[in-house]
Design a protein around this ligand. Structure first.
Ligand SMILES: Nc1nc2c(ncn2[C@@H]2O[C@H](COP(=O)(O)OP(=O)(O)OP(=O)(O)O)[C@@H](O)[C@H]2O)c(=O)[nH]1
Ligand SMILES: [Mg+2]
Length: 656
């Protein structure tokens, strides 16, 4: 594991050396600066590993096992309530420091007002909103609305203590950390919590992000979850051995299925945790197969699935440190099928038995190893480019005096022609392609939503919610309808987020295509110039609305009235009739919703593309300009040839 960081540091060192060698060469300043910046990026490199999964799947337990210490609080009840990041310590934040970054006043207010709206309560501001929480009828809360209620109660409870800190940040110690992470009344005020903690994992520059159970994160933090899914280098998805996939799991995995092809590499790992609960090898194989089938249904093919026991792995790591206490040794022996008199396995064997070794090997090799490799390869490509440019200048400077004079005039003309060609290249065809791509992607969003409509309808209008056991059926029907609309809004917002990522990828394809065209144009006038590789541009995911228009709910009241009784609904064709009616009436509001999201995407992508063109064009022009500065210096014989040759040789040694 240690080699990763070392490889990066070593490549950074070479970049610094080469940068120093060429910094004084006319026409190579931009390359020198760029190599220096790359070196800094490599040295500060962070790999983000984000953990997702349902409540109590064992995300925090697994994170602890990876770190080899009981850092995060763990319990059978919903525990982790805030996003927390375990980070490599810095000078400013030494080992053991905890930084709690609190939400802003606006963020808390909008979270509270949004959650209140789920209960049809509308308030003007935070203070008046919090007073309304008591009005919620606890006996009537739909399962999907539960996280919202828990959240509102937590804000009310914690306001006296935390209210004064809103918008700021707090520095606390490790003891207070556990309270912040696990106590919802505190955690609900935190945007995220950073724990600076030295362990083998963070020493490699890895940032481990532990998230609250998918249920609450889906209900209240969809945008945030998506950003982590999008930006993390590795995503670990944890399920508990004998828990079925919950709806929240499915929603998360569906989203992963939608976007996975937008990533360069497969960055997903699936962990089936608590495998110590397996009664037999056959049972375990059955569970793994079940997980694989579920993933396939979500569009995830060829998943990497690992059975693990976080607890056994943790015990093995304690054993390795000689910290195994009496009671934990007993559990440890049970897990390893050893009697009290048997000799203990080595910690290494026990870790292999827990499944962690197999996971860690692949995790390091396939993802972080490959990511490091890519970073190092790019660094070498840049050094080789510097080596080639310098070689070209040396060759020119060696030419005889008449030839140089001739070339001097030609170079002057070539430079002007190259710059003119760069400006002349039209980007209209890329702009058209982007519009076409967006329209096509959005067309399929609508198709897919209605393809899923039966499933969503059946989930919202299910027999357990519409049971005639004396409950208020009118209210139950309304709640099913609201559930359905909420799921549709959520599904569409997720689709739009996925679309935004696909468009980001397409935009970069267009950008790279332009750069390739510029390279072709400039090659005619400056054959010795190799342009720097196109740099990927990220586009921020817009914040999408997640609710259909209120008119949608109004227009569906009529088909809702078709409900006679649950027998007619579930056993005769009452359900089909209502569903078909609703499907018809929803066409328009869904189309409008997608169109509004599409407008947001259109503006954002157009602006982003204009910015990419501007930035890349300038980058190319600067390179052309620099290159000719070097050419002129070489042809004017103002260079110290012997010195340049020595430099080129030293650079050659760096890139061997
Ligand atoms: N048998 C067994 N139980 C485990 C294992 N890992 C975790 N558990 C138990 O599962 C429960 C949940 O573990 P956590 O790590 O808190 O789960 P989580 O996913 O972080 O839960 P939230 O933070 O609430 O979303 C705890 O009671 C753990 O002791 C394991 O490997 N084997
Ligand atoms: Mg947890």
């Amino acid at each position: 594991m240690n080699q990763l960081k070392q490889k990066l540091i070593e490549a950074a060192g070479r970049l610094r050396t080469v940068s120093r060698e060429v910094a004084i060469v006319p026409g190579m300043q931009a390359q020198a600066t760029s190599m220096l910046e790359r070196a800094e990026r490599l040295e500060a490199n962070r790999f983000t590993v984000a953990l997702f999964g349902a409540f109590s799947a064992g995300k925090s337990s697994f994170a602890n096992a990876l770190m080899g210490e009981m850092v995060l609080p763990v319990s059978p009840n919903p525990t982790t309530a805030a996003i927390n990041k375990i980070m490599p310590p810095t000078d400013e934040f030494p080992h053991g420091t905890v930084r709690v970054v609190l939400k802003t006043q606006e963020a808390i207010e909008s979270d509270v007002l949004r959650s209140l709206a789920i209960f049809s309560i509308h308030a003007d501001n935070l203070a008046s909103g919090l007073k309304e929480v008591e009005r919620i009828d606890v006996s009537q809360i739909a399962p999907n609305a539960k996280p919202h209620y828990t959240f509102l109660k937590a804000v009310t409870k914690g306001f006296a203590e935390m209210g004064g800190h809103i918008g700021g940040e707090l520095i606390v110690d490790m003891t207070a950390f556990k309270g912040f992470v696990a106590k919802e009344e505190k955690a609900c005020f935190a945007e995220y919590i950073e724990l600076y903690f030295s362990c083998p994992l963070t020493d490699q520059g890895i940032v481990l992000v532990d998230t609250p159970g998918a249920d609450s994160i889906n209900a209240r933090h969809t945008g945030v979850a998506f950003d982590y899914m999008k930006n993390a280098d590795v995503v670990l998805f944890v399920t508990y051995y004998n828990h079925a996939f919950a709806q929240a799991d499915r929603e998360f995995l569906l989203q992963m299925g939608r976007v996975k092809d937008s990533f360069e590499m497969d960055k997903m790992f699936f962990l089936v945790n608590a495998c110590d609960l397996a009664a037999s090898e056959e049972e375990l194989a059955g569970v793994l197969e079940h997980v694989g089938k579920n993933l396939l249904q979500c569009g995830i093919r060829h998943p990497r699935i690992y059975p693990v026991s976080s607890q056994t792995a943790m015990l093995a790591r304690l054993h390795a440190k000689g910290k195994l206490a009496g009671s934990s040794e007993k559990v440890y022996r049970q897990r390893l099928n050893l009697s009290e008199t048997d000799e203990l396995l080595s910690a290494e064997q026990a870790l292999a038995h827990s499944g962690l070794t197999a996971f860690e090997q692949d995790f390091m090799r396939y993802t972080l190893g490959e990511l490091t490799e890519v970073a190092v390869t790019n660094a070498f490509a840049e050094m080789k480019r510097a080596h080639a440019t310098l070689g070209e200048f040396i060759q020119m400077a060696q030419a005889d005096v008449h030839l140089r004079a001739e070339k001097r005039q030609a170079a002057s003309d070539a430079k002007a022609a190259a710059v003119a060609a760069i400006h002349a290249l039209s980007v209209a065809s890329e702009e058209r392609d982007l519009v076409k791509e967006r329209e096509e992607l959005l067309y399929y969003v609508k198709q897919r939503l209605f393809f899923r409509f039966n499933e969503l309808f059946a989930y919202a209008f299910n027999p357990s919610v519409l049971k005639e056991d004396g409950r208020n059926m009118k209210q139950a029907l309304q709640s099913s309808l609201q559930d359905l609309l909420r799921m549709i809004g959520y599904d569409l917002a997720q689709e739009l987020r996925a679309t935004s990522l696909r468009l980001e990828k397409f935009l970069n394809k267009c950008g790279a295509r332009l750069t390739a065209q510029w390279a072709k144009e400039t090659a005619e006038y400056a054959p010795g110039l190799t342009l720097a590789a196109y740099a990927y541009h990220q586009v921020e995911t817009p914040t999408f609305n997640e609710e259909l228009s209120p008119q949608a709910s109004q227009s569906l009241q009529k088909p809702l009235g078709l409900f006679k009784n649950s027998k007619d609904f579930f056993e005769q064709n009452g359900k089909t009739k209502m569903r078909d009616e609703m499907e018809k009436l929803l066409q328009e509001p869904v189309a409008q919703f997608i169109a509004a999201g599409g407008d947001l995407l259109a503006t954002q992508i157009a602006e982003a593309f204009a910015a990419v063109v501007e930035a890349e064009r300038n980058r190319v022009i600067v390179q052309v300009d620099e290159y000719f500065t070097g050419v002129f210096a070489a042809l004017d014989a103002t260079l110290d040839l012997a010195d340049l040759q020595a430099r080129q040789q030293r650079i050659g040694a760096q890139i061997m």
